[in-house]
Design a protein around this ligand. Sequence first.
Ligand code: ZN
Length: 253
Amino acid sequence: MRAWPNRSASQPAARAGRDVAAGQLRPTRALPLVVLDPGHGGRDPGAIGTEGTEEKRIVLSTALDLKQRLEAARTCRVLLTRTRDVFVPLAERVEIARRREADLFVSLHADSAPGARGASVYTLSETASDAMSDALARRENRADLAGGLRLPSVSPEVQRILISLMRQETRAGSARLARLAVRELGEDVPLLPNTHREAGFVVLKAPEIPSALVELGFLSDPRDEAALRRPDHRARLAGALARAIGGWLATAG
Ligand SMILES: [Zn+2]
């Protein structure tokens, strides 16, 4: 995992505040930054359930709730890739996190997949762990097309290089978050079997930031759709993810 406190030595001054309240000039370390990424938005609604529930609304509502919970715990700063119903290209979501030197990136979705039900967590892999995960990643990676933009033309070779640049500690950090998320979500909501899966999602490709994509459920499943429409169910999801991220931060570095 990445030891975020160790980065302070090379951090620009903007990241380090000063302990003015205590009357000291000793720079204080900024709290780690968690970037939450509510999928889709604007002209890209994401998945749409049979009741007409739009994925973009479910994930934004859950992300805003999760942000409040994390900020209340005062163990991290939180930035959302979108706070409104706007379209943000996939590459820009990753760029936001990289530019701000995020310590953790969590993308939220509630997609559509035949026969799938329950929450699940995805981390990056060159090869998908199963056909469903591969299909999900392909579908997600087309979001930019839905928004009227093309994915940046990155050759497969460059993609391979990018992935190989991903440090071992980043992989370990991503896997650790996934384990925590699966454990905490399992306390409160139904899970998809083999809950931690791997696939080549574009938004997980920042080589230096531990990243995971959480499918809160599947809008293609009527029971999941009914649950995701309920604020109390979304609150349970946000609560579980807040505990998982809190646990991750507590043991980072
Ligand atoms: Zn999605």
